[in-house]
Design a binder for this molecule. Structure first.
Ligand code: TXA
Ligand code: MG
Length: 369
């Protein structure tokens, strides 16, 4: 299958008001809606990461998503809607908490897990009694959902296990030849996936930290828990979010998190840079402010990727997947990545960084082979 790739980045600002859609954008989104209506898949931008969309009410179309991504069947999909009314049509109970969250954070990077209605096919919910719903904040995504007239099931548009795509190129690398259309619109602003908040139990619980922070949710809901990632290692633990048991965000190379003060981080970099052999490529991911001190007198680093400033952690976090994908492209074998404080967006950033790390549990240079 040939994949058509169309870039709407230039038209994006005009998309905010429907009447202002450029002819090019209007035409393309109509074509995309027709493809979706015919059961095909379309990749599109959202404010978090690119999504791979299908008609959420068509189980055959949704099946395609699993096939194309190589995704395990028990990992459920998020259903994207363009209005609260539409959300109410796919869930059985729209609670006060759901109303509060939707009013406060939609459209935006928050996914709500609620008891599902029967119109949602089992393939979407992976056999669970719940469904995950989200209203994305990207004008193209919203317009596409409105044009189709049905909710869109959309996981991140990557091959399962790879870092999520935050620009059109990433989607192209993973899915070209497998889907008919990729709508591009530059880099995703949040760059990390949405927060998945389970509202189906007695107390709200964050199953996946993301673009909306624990602090923001507590400010409007009061008590909110967050799933303890360590818990899932425990024997017999049944994850409430099936996706959590799979390894995600994994670069091809090994990743080690740089922790502690500058001196401690520097020592780790130095140690590994001396231990590597000449064929192994090594990359450092760090902040603009720490770069010079971290790498002082250290020479044999192949790539230095500056995530951004410590003064703007949201922006720095938005570049993480881009950095991991860059390292894959350059066939980097060892990535040394600086940690972020675990508060605000840092919780989601560290969640992804830890998942990307420790594939082989490397701790000492002599284990590098
Ligand atoms: O930002 C995002 O959420 C992006 C964009 C495209 O919207 N989508 C995304 O989808 O990240 P995906 O499929 O890559 O991740 C969905 C996560 C998985 O961890 C899955 O297990 C969880 O949401 N999930 C989906 N339905 C669920 C449910 N009913 N109960 C618990 N977890 C659910
Ligand atoms: Mg994903």
């Amino acid at each position: 299958m040939e994949t058509r790739r169309v870039n709407l980045e230039a038209e994006q600002s005009e998309l905010k008001v429907k009447d202002d859609l450029s002819e090019k954008a209007k035409l393309l989104l109509k074509e995309a809606a027709t493809l979706l209506r015919n059961g095909e898949l379309v990749a599109f931008p959202t404010e978090t990461v690119y999504g791979l969309g299908a008609n959420a009410l068509d189980s055959r179309a949704c099946n395609q998503i699993f096939r194309v991504k190589g995704r395990p069947a028990d990992n459920p999909l998020i259903v994207h809607i363009a209005s609260i009314e539409e959300a109410k049509k796919v869930v059985k109970t729209w609670s006060v908490q759901a109303e509060i969250c939707a009013r406060e954070f939609w459209p935006g990077p928050l996914t709500l897990v609620l008891p599902k209605r029967d119109i949602i096919p089992d393939i979407i919910s992976g056999g669970l009694e719940t469904v995950a719903v989200r209203m994305p904040a990207h004008p193209i995504a919203l317009e596409l959902i409105k044009l189709t007239g049905f909710p869109l099931a959309a996981p991140s548009a990557n091959i399962s296990g790879k870092p999520s795509p935050t620009e059109g190129d990433h989607v192209w690398q993973d899915l070209h030849g497998k889907i008919p259309l990729l709508i591009e619109a530059g880099k995703c602003q949040v760059g990390l996936e949405s927060t998945v908040l389970d509202l189906s139990g007695s107390k709200p619980i964050i199953l996946r930290p993301g673009g909306i922070t624990l602090e923001q949710l507590r400010a409007v809901l009061g008590e909110v828990d967050i799933v303890d990632e360590g818990q899932k290692e425990a024997e017999g633990f049944i994850p409430r979010s099936p996706g959590m048991k799979y390894r995600h965000y994994a670069p091809q190379g090994e990743l080690i998190v740089l922790k502690g003060d500058i001196q401690a981080k520097r020592e780790i970099i130095n140690k590994w840079s001396l231990a590597r052999n000449s064929k192994q490529k090594l990359a450092v991911l760090c902040f603009a402010e720490t770069q010079a001190r971290l790498l002082e007198h250290i020479e044999n680093i192949d790539f230095i990727f500056t995530l951004g400033s410590q003064e703007n952690l949201e922006e720095a976090a938005s570049h993480l997947f881009e950095a991991l994908r860059f390292c894959d492209k350059q066939q980097v074998e060892l990535i040394l990545a600086e940690e972020m404080p675990e508060e605000g967006i840092g919780v989601a950033f560290m969640n992804r960084l830890k998942k990307a790390a420790g594939k082989k549990g490397l701790t000492e240079p002599n284990t590098l082979s």
